[in-house]
Design a protein. Structure first.
Length: 197
């Protein structure tokens, strides 16, 4: 699941997972408060929180501002690992480091012997890049790649994507995803997710 959510000032939402799930919370505009059984805290733009929640656990996201809207991305990745346990991680990134993909997360997938990986990058207009899909000899299963444009315009694998457009790629030619920013300060979210049988 990938939700692109906007929350009004002073409001909150509560979510509950039905199975073991890695939940990623990524602020886009404004900071946000969060709380779960794993703890409470505040996230700013430039941070991502990963909550590894077991079935039935919940979390809450709140807009702490009096007048401002906040915007954030929620990503849920089910995790069927036998040694899955509740935990959290906080990852910082700096989009001032432009024109390359920055690591956002790397999560083990016991079902496929591969990792789910995520990246984010801010690009100047006409800058291009190539993402190389991970190859693992131990896992014959392919990975899917999901691209989501947070701002600006990109061309990805010869497809035009505008702000908040997404593209799922199931069979990646040559295990490479080519993309080019067509506007300045364009931000791209890219995730490689192992496919199940």
């Amino acid at each position: 699941m990938l939700n692109d959510d906007t929350l009004a000032a002073g409001h909150s939402i509560k979510m509950q997972v039905a199975e073991n799930t890695d939940v990623l919370i990524l602020p886009i505009a404004g900071g946000l408060g969060y709380k779960s059984t794993l703890g409470t805290g505040f996230l700013n733009a430039g941070q991502v929180k990963i909550l590894s929640l077991t079935s039935g656990m919940d979390y809450e996201i709140a807009n702490p501002y009096e007048t401002e809207l906040i915007n954030f991305i929620q990503i849920w990745l089910p995790n069927g690992s036998t040694n899955f346990s509740p935990k959290f991680q906080l990852i910082d990134f700096n989009l001032a480091d432009k024109n390359k993909l920055l690591p956002l997360f790397s999560l083990n997938s016991a079902e496929t012997n591969k990792k789910s990986r995520g990246f984010i990058g801010k690009y100047d207009g006409r800058k291009d890049d190539i993402y190389h899909v991970e190859k693992t000899e131990n896992s014959p299963l392919p990975s899917g790649v999901f691209v989501f444009v947070l701002s600006g315009v990109f061309e990805v694998q010869n497809r035009l994507l505008h702000q908040r457009d997404g593209l799922a790629l199931m069979n990646v030619y040559n295990a490479e995803v080519e993309f080019e920013a067509l506007s300045n300060e364009a931000i791209l979210l890219l995730m490689e997710i192992p496919l199940k049988k």
